[in-house]
Structures are given as C-alpha cells and as structure tokens.
Design a protein around this ligand. Structure first.
Ligand code: SF4
Length: 144
C-alpha cells in the first residue's frame, strides 16, 4: 500500500496543522515509551518496521507529520515523522505546494519538541540530546 494512503482526504487538515502555531499537548504520541532516536537512523537507513507500525496507530500521526513539514529544512530532511521518511515528505510538500520556510529548525530541535510533547521533563530532554536546559527551552519556544 502507498505510504501516503492515510492522507487521502486529509490534505486540508494537514495543511491547517502545518500552518497552526497552536500546541496540542493533549495528543498522546504512541511512541512515548520508545527511544525516539530510533526514528532518526543514519542517512539512507529505514527504521525497523515494528517502529513504523507504531506510527500507523498513533493518534498524533498527522500532527507529528505536520511538525516536521512546518519546522524542518526542506533541503535537509532527516528522520521519520508520522511514519514517513524524507522522500515521502518531499512528495507531500510538493503535493501541498508548501513554501520553503526560512525558519527551519535543526533536527535536534525537532527531537526536543517531540520529546517535550510526549511529556518529557526539560532536564531529561537536555540529557538525552546532550545540550543545555536553556537550549531545550529555546527549541520548545520556537514552535509556540
Ligand atoms: S506518528 Fe510520530 S508521534 Fe506518533 S508514534 Fe510515530 S513518531 Fe511517534
């Protein structure tokens, strides 16, 4: 099945989420107990199918995908969001005719945001990412 099949009929919802500056912390990520670094394999590699299967049933799948499409550098997509990799997100961006953003965030920022939305404490996020609390707070503020 086409990896983008789940988007059929939800294009406008995705577009709205990409353009929204609202945080929706109520969405519970299905990967909250997973080491999210596993969604960021080396370039060209694909996460384990079991990990991607978690995304299929995730209530926050569309929001997760929107986060990446809103914040990442279109010229340097990395990691898997909403169960979709960089090439899939290129296809979606073209399909939605998304403008290239000038406020792209580094991949580490996206991970911080992802962990923060999963309810991780700032200290824990900083420890996992190997950066300061202040940096984590800056990343989290960048999407408010
Ligand atoms: S869709 Fe995103 S938030 Fe949901 S399980 Fe997959 S990586 Fe986690």
């Amino acid at each position: 099945m086409d990896s983008l099949h789940f988007l059929v009929g939800r294009e406008q919802e995705l577009r709205d989420l990409i353009q929204s500056s609202q945080r929706r912390d109520s969405v519970r990520a299905a990967c909250r107990d997973v080491d999210v670094s596993l969604y960021h394999p080396e370039d060209g590699e694909r996460p384990a199918e079991g990990l991607l299967a978690v995304c299929v049933g995730c209530r926050g799948r569309l929001e997760c995908l929107a986060l990446a499409l809103r914040a990442e550098d279109p010229e340097a997509r990395h990691g898997w969001y909403g169960g979709l990799g960089p090439a899939d997100r290129d296809r979606i961006a073209a399909m939605l005719r998304l403008a290239k953003t000038a406020t792209s965030l580094p991949d580490r920022a996206l991970m911080a945001i992802r962990l923060g939305r999963d309810g991780w404490r700032i200290n824990d996020v900083a420890q996992v990412l190997g950066c300061s609390r202040r940096t984590v707070q800056r990343y989290l503020r960048s999407v408010r």
